[in-house]
Design a protein. Sequence first.
Length: 319
Amino acid sequence: MRTRSISAASALHARPGQKRKTLLKRIWMKKWCYLIILPGMVYFLLFKYVPMYGIQLAFKEFDMVAGISASPWVGWSNFELLFRDREFFLALKNTLIFAVFTGPLGYLLSFFASWCINEMSRPVKAVLTFIFYMPTISGMTYTIWQLIFSGDMYGYLNSALLRLGIIDDPIQWLTTEQYILPIIILVQLWLSFGTGFLTMVAGFSTIDRQYYEAAAIDGCGYLRYVIRCIVPLAQPAMVSMGMLSMIGVWNDIVSSTIYLTSESNYNITRGLFVFTGQYSNDWTLTAAGLLVVAAPLILIYIFGQRYIVDGVMAGGLKG
């Protein structure tokens, strides 16, 4: 005990050179751990952080001859032009519609589905979890939905409606504006059973059954038990799932690229393509749009990172 206290006191009064030696010694002791994470760190540095150097174009008037660094600063002028753009505002409105419908609905569906699955036996739970998680790991998801909403008579939905006599001619589901938004919302709801749903299932599985038994002995009803006991205990997993769902909807580019054929229905990530063309690109407005798109996600992560980390860790403790 005396030796440990002496070493701790000497570490507090160590010189900077000694501290550097101690740090290098610790790194050397765990050199294999650092070696394992080195490829991932290099990948993120080169392909994630280095390209962020160009985000300063949002505050500059880009001069291709002078380059990014030497281009003149214009302050918030690019953002003023961006918010005057009608197509950008239309894309922002469509994204908010997607988020309002698919976010809360997907969250509630995932909550009830994960809770019901958690109450079943282990084999049934494993099978149902795999079924609900299939949209995330299946590469045929978009192909299946295209077959369902195909605009010819062989599409599954058109074929069924024609046989029932509800319609006389096939409906162009994916090119008619009054149908495309509900279809995208439906596809997003189906895809919401992904990582967030799996996180919530894992979070519920960490709750000890003794809580239910203790609540039953005290005369607590099932609904009250869920509200008063389960929801507070599963709060990290629930909040992290909600944030992951919101981020997924806001950043979606795949489904909007496949299904949205009209600029009037573009979401905000797809809408940024209006600033790029075949022969010229407006990099300043693109950079400003990227900052506007990223701002809500950055705020969500800043204020909710503790819940995201706790939710993922809770899911990794038991499953």
